[in-house]
Design a protein around this ligand. Structure first.
Ligand code: MN
Length: 219
């Protein structure tokens, strides 16, 4: 994170086949090397003629899109969002032995407190991910009140643009699962649950709590 122009496609933290058999190698190759690469290329192309914006981080571009020149606001929003959301998604998965694992530390306690228990959280997350109409992402976020919340975003919208701090996300665009799961998004969500990188989600939660607490202190 906090990268800026010229954006580069960070290699996956595991092999293309590292999430097999839950997410297949071909899907990961196309998703990372073509879909994400296209957002990166587009974003670099847009910023090429705006040297003043080339030091802006991805997060700053997304959160201050209204400060950008009018003619690039929408394309920056779409493409910076595409980069942010995909990097978050790829980092949020890891190889697995096939069992659904769960967080262990503060995040587990917070999920328990917010949703009743971990299983209820999983059911609510699955419900949101399968009911999202069209293309987008389902997220676990820390919301403006400092509470955990499951939210859906359309297309390449991001929670950070709405002052929510992301902890976990799943890409439910069809390109994320169509080759293996065809149109059966629920099966993809079940398989994704087996490769969630909970240690990464724990780190995201700790960073989100720290950021939120510091914001409250400043108010
Ligand atoms: Mn995608």
């Amino acid at each position: 994170m906090y990268q800026h122009y010229k954006f580069v496609n960070i290699p996956l933290p595991y092999g293309y086949d590292g999430l097999e058999p839950y997410i297949d190698k071909k899907t990961m190759e196309l998703h990372h090397d073509r879909h994400l690469q296209t957002y990166i290329d587009n974003l670099n192309h847009i910023l090429k003629d705006y040297p003043a914006l080339q030091m802006w981080s991805l997060e700053k571009l997304i959160c201050h899109v209204e400060s950008l020149p009018k003619e690039i606001q929408e394309p920056v929003e779409h493409n910076a969002g595409g980069v942010y959301n995909h990097e978050f998604y790829f980092r949020g998965m890891m190889p697995s032995n096939g069992s659904v694992s769960q967080p262990t530390g503060a995040l587990f306690c917070a999920i328990d407190a917010q949703f009743g228990d971990f299983q209820t959280f999983i059911e609510e997350f699955k419900q949101q991910a399968t009911s999202l109409f069209g293309s987008g992402y389902t997220w676990l976020v820390l919301n403006k009140n400092g509470d955990l919340e499951i939210v859906n975003t359309a297309n390449q919208d991001t929670p950070i643009a709405c002052h929510m701090l992301p902890i976990l996300n799943i890409d439910v665009w069809e390109h994320a699962y169509y080759l293996k799961h065809y149109n059966e998004r629920a099966k993809y969500v079940n398989d994704w649950l087996k490769v969630v990188n909970w240690p990464q989600a724990e780190m995201n939660y700790e960073a989100a709590c720290k950021f939120w607490n510091e914001k409250i202190m400043r108010m």
